[in-house]
Design a protein around this ligand. Structure first.
Ligand SMILES: Nc1ncnc2c1ncn2[C@@H]1O[C@H](COP(=O)(O)OP(=O)(O)OP(=O)(O)O)[C@@H](O)[C@H]1O
Ligand SMILES: [Mg+2]
Length: 390
């Protein structure tokens, strides 16, 4: 692992580095004298896996700086060493995205264990080669933006994976509003027109940060800027995003043009979204013909039947026959919950966690991450609590 130690105090810096270098393994340990602000200009290949921060000064804004670093370099983990282990400090550190807080002079074993936990997590994440998932509407209003933005949130919700959503509806994109009330300061067309500046920090700072590990690159606010975005910009942005995020979700919208086709080319999986009515099915078939012509293999395309109603005149089996596929995923119809989520700009799995639609989104996220479904607690502690509650 690449570890950097940051301290204002040179003596601590040397002492901590010595301690870290004594760890078995092949860690690379760098020393940085100063405050977290020093790291904001790091080049992509100089970003450490772990930053050990010695006694950040919350009052001097160090925790805010760490939060900023977390957005700039979503894969970097923080270990904070602090004299002040008050509840208030811990909460502020956690909010800034810090997972490990240790006492200012940590016993060597405690520091080593914290690093082992991080190394294990990094190992589980595999390489930094993020997966690209593209959502496309077979016809307007199918729910593809809703599903893309909410699946992206569900993928990030465990806190261990970083997710970027790119809104490619160049004319009237609205994806960021589905999950956030923050007004985007920059958009895809801003990144495209300054593509020479593209690096991890420029990309991260152009996005709306929904949570510390879920960011959205909004669509151009003015449809006139749609033409700023060219296919080669998509190549550069997706290539960089793959290195920075575990999942890159593309809301491709419904127009097929050179830019959206370039996005689909990059996708590991394409999810055409349709509903169970004939107009959607007709357009869905047309779309699949285009995909065949583009040479996209069957294993790259997974249809999603949204707003699925078991009592519909058209049965799922009919659809499977019509599309000559069994790779159909369904998302249940739950209008009240979806409407509430969209109107408030809050992800449905957070706002209405007991909705069947939330359950289906979480299922899909688990299929993609390989994480197990949460089990009813059978631990001793869990049993004790449930007994006490009974
Ligand atoms: N499973 C669902 N159950 C009930 N309502 C849903 C469901 N999915 C989406 N909706 C509703 O459908 C509306 C339209 O969805 P959305 O904007 O995502 O469609 P779209 O395919 O992106 O449309 P456009 O083609 O305009 O981009 C949303 O406002 C949402 O409330
Ligand atoms: Mg949409």
């Amino acid at each position: 692992m690449k570890i950097a130690v940051l301290s204002r105090d040179e003596r601590h810096l040397i002492e901590l580095s010595r301690q870290l270098r004594a760890r078995p393994g092949t860690d690379e340990v760098d020393m940085i004298a100063g405050t977290p602000a020093r790291l904001t200009t790091l080049a992509d290949d100089a970003v450490p896996d772990v930053l050990v921060v010695d006694q950040p000064d919350a009052d001097a804004g160090d925790l805010d700086q760490l939060e900023r670093l977390g957005h700039l370099f979503p894969h970097m983990a923080f270990v904070v060493l602090a004299e002040d282990l008050s509840q208030d400090f811990l909460l502020r550190a956690m909010r800034a995205g810090v997972r490990e807080v240790l006492p200012a002079r940590p016993p060597a074993a405690a520091l080593a264990q914290a690093l082992d936990r991080i190394a294990e997590k990094l190992g589980n994440q595999g390489s930094s080669n993020g997966k690209v998932l593209a959502f496309i509407s077979c016809k307007g209003g199918s729910g593809s933006t809703f599903l893309a933005t909410n699946l992206a949130y569900a993928l990030s919700a465990g806190g261990t994976r970083s997710v970027a959503l790119i809104d490619m509806n160049l004319q009237f994109g609205d994806a960021s509003l589905f999950v956030s009330d923050i007004k985007p300061l920059a958009t895809l067309s801003d990144v495209a027109t300054q593509i020479h500046r593209l690096d991890p920090s420029f990309l991260a700072s152009s996005m709306v940060s929904v949570t510390p590990n879920y960011s959205v690159l909004a669509a151009p606010s003015d449809p006139a800027h749609a033409s700023d975005v060219k296919p080669e910009h998509i190549d550069a942005i997706v290539k960089l995003a793959r290195r920075q995020y575990d999942f890159i979700v593309l809301d491709v919208g419904r127009s097929l043009d050179p830019v959206s086709i370039r996005a689909l080319d990059h996708a590991d999986t394409i999810y055409p979204v349709l509903q169970m009515t004939l107009p959607y099915i007709r357009d869905g078939k047309r779309l699949l013909t285009v995909f065949r012509n583009l040479d996209y293999g069957k294993d790259k395309v997974e249809l999603i039947v949204n707003r699925h109603d078991k009592n519909s005149d058209i049965r799922l089996k009919d659809l499977e026959e019509a599309f000559e596929t069994s790779a159909l995923r369904t998302m249940p119809n739950h209008y009240d919950a979806a409407e509430k989520s969209v109107n408030q700009g809050v992800p449905i799995t957070r706002l209405v966690p007991d909705s069947p639609l939330s359950a289906a989104l979480l299922d899909m996220a688990r299929d993609l991450t390989g994480d197990a479904a949460p089990q009813a607690s059978t631990s001793l502690l869990g049993r004790l609590f449930s007994r006490r509650a009974a």
